[in-house]
Design a protein around this ligand. Structure first.
Ligand SMILES: Nc1ncnc2c1ncn2[C@@H]1O[C@H](COP(=O)(O)OP(=O)(O)OP(=O)(O)O)[C@@H](O)[C@H]1O
Ligand SMILES: [Mg+2]
Length: 118
């Protein structure tokens, strides 16, 4: 493992219905690829404020999608802004974006490493 790449994984938890718009926006930016995971979670405001089921005490897990995009660090901010502006409705539960340093990447077919692999 080289640990000398400057790759960043942009992880965004988003509302499921914004996925297509976010995907199109990221394709326009020319990203190399993306991964989508079905997740459930809650944030600071708690899921109960998004879905009212009559209980004041239960915090529900709300279905969301997580998209993961690994990009060179110098592209991370434009990816964050593209996701943020496309995924925002202005209402609670719009989601969250995390940035994670990546030690290395390997393109399996070719053996390329680091930025060459993405
Ligand atoms: N601190 C966190 N750690 C891990 N996942 C989180 C965190 N905060 C939010 N999430 C994930 O993001 C999803 C959406 O969070 P959400 O937008 O509701 O955050 P919030 O802090 O409550 O902000 P808002 O006030 O806009 O609702 C959650 O369902 C959860 O999956
Ligand atoms: Mg919330």
């Amino acid at each position: 493992m080289t640990c000398e790449t400057s790759l960043v994984r942009v992880e965004a938890v988003i509302r499921p219905f914004v996925l297509d718009d976010v995907k199109e926006r990221l394709q326009e930016l020319g990203i190399g690829g993306m991964t989508v995971l079905e997740v459930r979670g809650f944030g600071r405001t708690g899921g109960r404020q998004e879905i009212h089921r009559g209980s004041a005490y239960v915090i529900d897990f709300i279905p969301k999608l997580m998209i993961q995009v690994v990009v060179p660090a110098e592209r991370a901010e434009e990816v964050v802004e593209a996701i943020r502006t496309t995924a925002a409705t202005g209402r609670i539960g719009d989601g969250k974006i995390f940035l994670v340093p990546i030690a290395d990447a390997v393109r399996i077919r070719t053996g390329e490493r680091g930025e060459d692999a993405i």
